[in-house]
Design a protein around this ligand. Structure first.
Ligand SMILES: C[S@@+](CC[C@H](N)C(=O)[O-])C[C@H]1O[C@@H](n2cnc3c(N)ncnc32)[C@H](O)[C@@H]1O
Length: 265
């Protein structure tokens, strides 16, 4: 008999573990409306993987359009199959799954570019990071927003494993190695199942752990006029993070934090 790990779909497990696309899309819309005083219509989702944010985006309104970009043909194929089942014919026309390098791919100009789950940390030098930021700048409309996320805190500098239990599996975030000289960070995602089977190293990330100030400086040097930080809220009663993010210029030196970075053209 097949083990649970053999039957599982690692992309589905990833989505369940780390993505909340309804939140993501409503946050983008809210940020854009506040900044541009109009509704956002077009999105470019860089490093899109299974394109779940883009699928949610085109479902949200009949004029919404998305360009979802990834370098991995296998995952784009998966995205195509899954979105085909989820979207109607008209919605599918407004979703563009693109095989390309987010570093240099020229899409039509959009209202929002997003780079989620720290994917842009594959660019490990300031030159590369700025090349990417300059490309997104060119792909944004005049009142466009670039939305990125970041994590940090002293735990981000540690080699550790963090387990989160889900109904049918356990998600394991493995900060496998960290070099304090270069800030090179190698991470894995593993999945564990009740029958003791495991998908080991389902995903691997080779990143540089960038600080918020370094990211801001690179954004400014790439042309972005203003850069704001939104830090995740904390529910003291429940002793856990909330789903709200607050614009701030100062925050506590928590062991771990999550932030959105909102850059205006
Ligand atoms: C951490 S996953 C991001 C998944 C998704 N954005 C999310 O929010 O969870 C990183 C993805 O970035 C893709 N990727 C890595 N380098 C890329 C590049 N230069 N251009 C486009 N995609 C890239 C990988 O193929 C992978 O699917």
């Amino acid at each position: 008999m097949k083990k649970l790990a053999q039957k599982a779909d690692k992309y589905e497990l990833y989505e369940e573990s780390v993505q909340n696309v309804e939140f993501e899309v409503s946050f983008y819309k809210k940020m854009f409306k506040k900044s541009a005083n109009r509704d956002a219509v077009s999105l470019r989702e860089d490093f899109c993987a299974s394109g779940k944010i883009s699928v949610e985006w085109v479902k949200c309104s009949s004029s919404a359009i998305s360009y979802a970009i990834d370098l991995d043909k296998k995952i784009l194929n998966y995205a195509k199959n899954v979105s085909s089942a989820d979207l109607n014919t008209e919605q599918k026309k407004r979703l563009h799954l693109i095989y390309g390098d987010s570093l240099s791919y020229k899409s039509p100009r959009v209202d929002i570019v997003s780079a989620c789950n720290f994917s842009y940390w594959v660019f490990k030098t300031r030159d590369k990071l700025k090349k990417y930021f300059k490309n997104t700048y060119k792909c944004l409309k005049k009142d466009g927003l670039f939305i990125l996320d970041a994590f940090g805190g002293y735990e981000a500098h540690q080699e550790l494993e963090e387990r989160t239990k889900h109904k049918n599996f356990t998600y394991v975030w493995d900060q496998h190695s960290f070099n304090p000289i270069t800030n090179d960070l190698t991470c894995f995602i593993h999945f564990e199942f009740k029958d003791k089977s495991r998908i080991n190293r389902a995903f691997k990330y080779e990143w540089r752990l960038w600080s918020l100030m370094e990211i801001k400086e690179c954004l400014n040097e790439s042309g972005f006029k203003s850069v704001d930080f939104y830090m995740q809220g904390w529910d003291a009663k429940k002793d856990e993070e909330t789903e709200r993010f607050y614009k701030t210029r100062k925050c506590d030196a928590d062991p771990g934090w999550l932030a959105y970075i909102i850059a205006k053209k």
